[in-house]
Design a protein around this ligand. Structure first.
Ligand SMILES: [Zn+2]
Length: 255
């Protein structure tokens, strides 16, 4: 029963995340006006806004002008729902479940905006750095000193990496958005998580970048968004972080 409720609620949240992904880069309000077709501007009715099902019923086209609807809409809804279900199965209805779910939703929005626009908006990361720290003050995430350390380590290491990259290649490697995103994750998850996420996302990024280069044969000049790798590494940390750290370092730190 709880699971059923989580599925329905997360699909609706996914639908809202779509609105965020579409409107935040355009600096539009995420509340008003009501959703409309980006092609013919007709305001969408409830029937057009049922997660996943509307897309299937309408065969991926606007009901009024038949303009194709991007596949990312149902994709975001499915992803949001799947993530929420896995979080629920792992953490049940605990306070970490709500914390991780919130973080997951923020990361979904950031991932899809970064994939499409190659930016990570400050309006998402900056308030959330503050929120992550405030939650730690109330004992709702990590300790407040670890949260501060997480912000410094997360943001600092990425800033350092970006600077080094620039010194050697004279090219902008790490965007300011990536740095603030890492600081945000450090604020919520603490310093150990920040180190883990930087390490794993770098490995994933190197591997993914190589794969994309190999498959598309595009030049190295093509910008590669790093945000999605950071987001993926964060989710790996949330689900398997402790396990991987223990397995890798063995009894070295955890005796
Ligand atoms: Zn339309």
């Amino acid at each position: 029963m709880e699971l059923f409720f989580i599925i329905i609620l997360s699909l609706l949240i996914g639908s809202f995340l779509n609105v965020c992904i579409y409107r935040i880069p355009k600096k539009e309000s995420i509340i008003l006006p009501r959703s409309h077709c980006p092609s013919c501007q007709k305001t969408l009715e409830v029937f057009d806004l049922i997660p996943i099902f509307s897309y299937l019923f309408l065969k991926g086209k606007c009901r009024f002008c038949k303009h194709p609807i991007s596949f990312t809409y149902p994709l975001v809804e499915i992803l949001t729902s799947l993530g929420s279900v896995f979080l629920f199965l792992n953490f049940s209805l605990s306070s970490v479940f709500f914390l991780y779910s919130f973080l997951f939703y923020v990361l979904v929005v950031i991932t899809f905006i970064d994939l499409k626009h190659f930016i990570i908006p400050d309006v998402i990361t900056l308030p959330n750095i503050l929120l992550g720290f405030l939650l730690s003050l109330f004992g709702l995430s990590t300790t407040s000193s670890d949260s501060l350390l997480g912000i410094l380590i997360g943001g600092g290491i990425l800033y350092g990496m970006g600077t080094l990259y620039y010194v050697f290649t004279k090219k902008e490697g790490m965007g300011g958005g990536d740095i603030k995103l890492m600081a945000m994750l450090g604020a919520f998850l603490g310093s150990k998580a920040a180190l883990f996420i930087i390490l794993i996302s770098s490995v994933l990024g190197a591997f993914g970048g190589f794969l994309i280069l190999f498959v598309t044969r595009q030049s190295k000049e093509t910008p590669i968004p790093f945000g999605p790798y950071i987001a993926l590494a964060s989710m790996i940390y949330i689900f398997y972080g402790e396990l991987i750290i223990k397995w890798y370092f063995g009894d070295l730190f955890f005796t």
